[in-house]
Structure formats: C-alpha cells, structure tokens
Design a protein around this ligand. Structure first.
Ligand code: FES
Ligand code: FE2
Length: 442
C-alpha cells in the first residue's frame, strides 16, 4: 500500500484522469486521500444527520466531517451545533456512541462536562484551577467546527467558510429529497432505529461507483438470483414475496436492460431509473397496503399531486460525495471515508409518518435484504469493492478502464444521459473529482 503522503499538485491530479481511464493512485495514494479530505470533504456540503435524530435538546449524532470526528447536537436554544468530539482539557475523545440524548457530555477522563452547544458546564474540584481559569472561556469549550444548513430535514455541514448555498450544491438532486418527504402522508419522515453500519477495506469512491453501476448485478448478485428463480411465487406470506422480487430484479433481461436510463450531473451527482418494476415493489394499486397508503396521501395532496409524487421512479440517487437515497423504498446510505483504504457505510431506512405500518415493515425488509451485514446483495458488492482495492494496491499496469459506453453518452442541459451499459456516471464523478481537487482556493 502506497501510504506515504508526499505533496501532490493540481497537475498531478489532472494527470490521474483521462477521458476513459483512471490511474490507480486515485484510490491507493494517501496524499490523494489527504487532498480529498481538504478539497472535497472540507469544502463541499456533507450530509451529517437527519433532523428526526435531533428533535429534542440533547439529541446527538456522532459522525465525521473531513478529518474531524464530530457530534451533531440539538441545544436548548433550538439550534443545531457541530462540535469536535474532543475534550479541550487533555484531548480525550468524549462520546463513544453513534447517537443518543445527553443533557451534558461528560469527559470520561477528568469529568469536565459540556452542554450540547459545546460550552463548559462544570469541572470537578473547581478551586484547584487557577483564578484566571473560566468556564466561559471558549478555549475550554468543545470546539465548534464548520457551518450547518438544513434542507427539508437533511442536515449538511461544511468546513468551508464561504460555501455555495446548499440548494445550489444539491442542484437537481433536491427533487429526490423533496420526493422522499412528499411521500409521507403527514408530510414528515423519520430515520428508523433499525440501521446498519459496515466497514469495508477499500476507498470511498468505490462505493459511489458501485451505486451507479447497473452493469454488475447480473454477474455479482447471480448467486441469489438463481435460487430466487427456483422459489415458487408467493412462497412467503410473511414478506408478500418482497425478498424474492428484489433478488430476481438483479437478473436483468434485455427488456429491463434497455428500459434503464442513467443520468449524471456536473458536480458528481447521478441516478438511474427504477430497477424494481414488479409486484409489491412497484407500488401497484392492486396491493391493499399501497391502496391504503395512496388514500392517506391523496387526503393530503389530492389525486393529481399524489400521482406525480408516486410516479418518480429513480434508483440510487447519488448526492456527491457521500449520500445515496432511494426515495420510493425509504432507504439511505451514507459514505464516511476513514482512510485511503477504509470506508464506513451507514445504511438507514425511513418511516413515512401517516403511512400504514406495513410500509415501514417493507422498508425494514428492504434494508435487511439489500444492506445488512447478512444481506444477499450488498455483501456481494462489498466483496467486489475490497477485491478492487486489493488489485489497485499493485503498481503494474496502473490504469483502470472506464470507457464502456463512451461513444453513446448524450449531453443534457446540466450533465449527461446514457443507457444502462455505460460507465458515464463514473466518468461524471471523476470529472467532478478533478474539478474539486484542482480548485486551489475557494
Ligand atoms: S481529558 Fe477530558 S476532562 Fe481531562
Ligand atoms: Fe450490487
């Protein structure tokens, strides 16, 4: 592994990406990772939490923002704060759980206690500190890092002191956030407690590429397609055949293949058309749960708007650089880079407030089938991501190929459109990657 972090220039970065090939250093060089942390994960808006996790004062989420481990908190003043998870006394990490509620964060080492806005609440044995020591001195507080912006409940943060407005960064992807929220009959969504986190031994970009890669499922997921084909229809009353339909969808036939369109946008965002087109996954009116759900949504939105909302049919909406949303299945994956060859993925599902409980049960099953550590889908993908990383650590034949479909891509108003067989979304991601990494000043 090439982990020496020697300085890297904008010319070096440009030299790593050709129109149809990428150099392995983009995935395996610690200096490149360092620059990504500075120019992508520090400067762009990074998804860090959902407001439904931060309803009450003291609610918090632990995650990362570039090189910082952070706590995203809700304080008694109603505001959201992003704090470095480090004690100003002697530097200990304070909080070791991923979410929860705390009136104060108490450091385990010498018990300095901090309010959710980072201010220092108390220190034991106050009188042993010098007279000049003050609880109000910001130096003695958990440090606030970055800025926060919220779009319809999705909380983003950035270390950029002069960031573009969040909606500008989200661009055409605001529609998928709108669509997810609009699907809730009560107009509100919440992250379910059921969620998974997994770590893979590979670069963070491999996950985003996989989420935009519709060419691989027939090969990578074949081991679960074959048993699903052998299983009788409606074999499971428990899940109304949802699992079987999901697994079958990965064994594309030509008709499904040709019906899929990929959309990529400048900035690195992308999505594909729905790949689940059958049975309980396709929101058919004939399904009694969908009928009840549609009635509840219609009561709020009216029939025309309801039809529009339910018609949006996009899969794996990638909001560059760290979020993948699937609105109609109430799913979300969050990519958290740890090092050049280690990445965390948080996988959550949402409850649509006002929808029948069965909708939520389906979302949880979707999560389990697709994304859990014991899943029959994402665990296959993770194996591929790790194998790619293993191959990319070697220096012989350093260029990898992204040429598939390059002659057939069409430019759209703000990006590119292609058929399913194209690697256009990865080319779009690398175009954005070069432009972010070579922007020397913000
Ligand atoms: S390191 Fe936190 S109180 Fe001492
Ligand atoms: Fe996959």
């Amino acid at each position: 592994m090439d982990k020496s972090a020697s300085p890297i220039t904008s010319d070096d970065i440009r030299s790593l990406v050709r129109p149809d090939h990428v150099h392995r250093r983009a995935y395996a060089d610690a200096a490149v990772f360092q620059l990504e942390q500075e120019r992508i994960f520090s400067r762009l808006w990074i998804y860090v939490a959902h407001e439904s996790q931060l309803r009450k004062p003291g609610d918090f989420v632990r995650t990362r923002l570039a090189a910082y481990e952070i706590l995203v908190t809700r304080h008694t003043d109603g505001n959201i704060y992003v704090l470095q998870n480090r004690c100003p006394h002697r530097g200990a990490r304070i909080c070791m759980v991923d979410h929860g509620n705390a009136k104060v964060f108490s450091c385990p080492y010498h018990a300095w206690s901090f309010r959710p806005d980072g201010s220092l609440d108390s220190v034991p044995h106050r009188k042993s500190y010098p007279e000049a020591f003050s609880l109000d001195d910001p130096q003695n507080h958990m440090q606030r890092v970055g800025r926060v912006a919220v779009y319809r409940g999705f909380v983003f943060a950035t270390l950029n002191e002069n960031p573009a407005p969040l909606v500008l960064h989200l661009g055409p992807m605001v529609k998928v956030i709108d669509n997810l929220v609009d699907r809730a009959p009560d107009g509100e969504i919440e992250i379910a407690d059921s969620s998974f986190t997994l770590e893979y031994q590979g670069n963070w970009k491999l996950h985003l590429e996989n989420a935009a890669d519709i060419f691989h499922p027939s090969f990578v997921h074949n081991s679960s397609v074959a048993p699903a084909r052998r299983a009788p229809a409606n074999a499971s009353l428990l899940d109304q055949d949802q699992t079987r339909e999901m697994l079958l969808a990965n064994g594309f036939g030509t008709a499904e293949w040709e019906g899929i369109q990929l959309n990529g946008f400048s900035g690195g965002h992308a999505y594909m058309n729905n790949i689940y087109s059958k049975g309980v996954l396709a929101s058919q009116d004939a399904d009694p749960v969908v009928a009840r759900y549609r009635a509840a949504l219609t009561a709020r939105l009216g029939p025309e708007r309801t039809a529009q909302v339910l018609a949006m049919n996009r899969f794996n909406n990638i909001i560059y650089p760290n979020l993948v949303l699937n609105a109609q299945y109430q799913q979300m994956r969050v990519t958290v880079p740890l090092s050049v060859d280690r990445t965390l993925v948080h996988i959550h599902c949402f409850r649509l407030k006002g929808a029948p409980d069965e909708m939520f049960h389906r979302a949880v099953r979707f999560l389990s089938t697709l994304g859990s550590p014991m899943s029959m889908i994402f665990s296959d993908d993770v194996e591929m991501l790790e194998r790619c990383q293993q191959g990319l650590t070697r220096d012989v034949g350093p260029w990898i190929d992204f040429s598939r479909g390059i002659g057939t891509d069409r430019r759209s108003q703000d990006g590119s459109i292609s058929g399913a067989a194209s690697e256009m979304p990865m080319r779009i991601q690398f175009e954005a990657w070069v432009s972010y990494l070579t922007a020397e000043a913000v």
